[in-house]
Design a binder for this molecule. Sequence first.
Ligand SMILES: N[C@@H](CCC(=O)N[C@@H](CS)C(=O)NCC(=O)O)C(=O)O
Length: 215
Amino acid sequence: MKLYGMPLSNFFCMTKHTVLAKGLPCEFVTLRPSQDPDFLACSPMGKVPVLETQFGFLSETDAILDYLEESFPQRPLLPTSAFARAKVRQLMKVQELYIEGPVHQLIGALFGRPLSEQLLVETQPAVRKGLAALGRLVHFSPWLQGETLTLADIVVFYSFTLGNRLTDLVYGWDLLQEVPGLAAWYERFAALDITQQVLVDHRQAVEERLLRSRG
Ligand SMILES: N[C@@H](CCC(=O)N[C@@H](CS)C(=O)NCC(=O)O)C(=O)O
């Protein structure tokens, strides 16, 4: 397999972490998103990450993670019961739609672009609503939904990693303080060997991007 994307992308980091956690043979190829027709044939929206499999190309992180879990059930990242699996997916969806979605609107801050007053005013309450929903779904025992680390931990962690950088830049706001237990869980996940490996490149890419936007 080959995984295409760039370390700056939190979605790429989620997918890379999953591949490494499962111990799968995979080449990581640095590639930027693009609207080039050749790339659109592999990723219909021109986004990264993209996974190249023996059957063809796959984009959209949740679809890629599902494919990896179903194809390589060793070192499982989803629980066994259908209901527990659905709860993991529910949490991933809440993060994607109601936290990542609004926070991602602030991405211009990383590129030194001005953000509109309306965006600044509307984003914070939207994110607070998403954080409150997340708070109703997590247990921190010690992972988000129980004793076993799941895809939800991976997705939520990297979403907050970039998201918190953005809200800190824009509002001086630490999202991890909004849900009791979230900051301690974040530190626990950040200490994992695989996370450290993925974060090295991600943090460097974020700092380089910020330097360029200020330069
Ligand atoms: N819904 C997509 C989102 C992926 C995404 O937004 N990737 C960004 C990089 S973090 C990208 O490719 N952006 C380029 C674009 O939006 O054209 C997924 O789940 O994979």
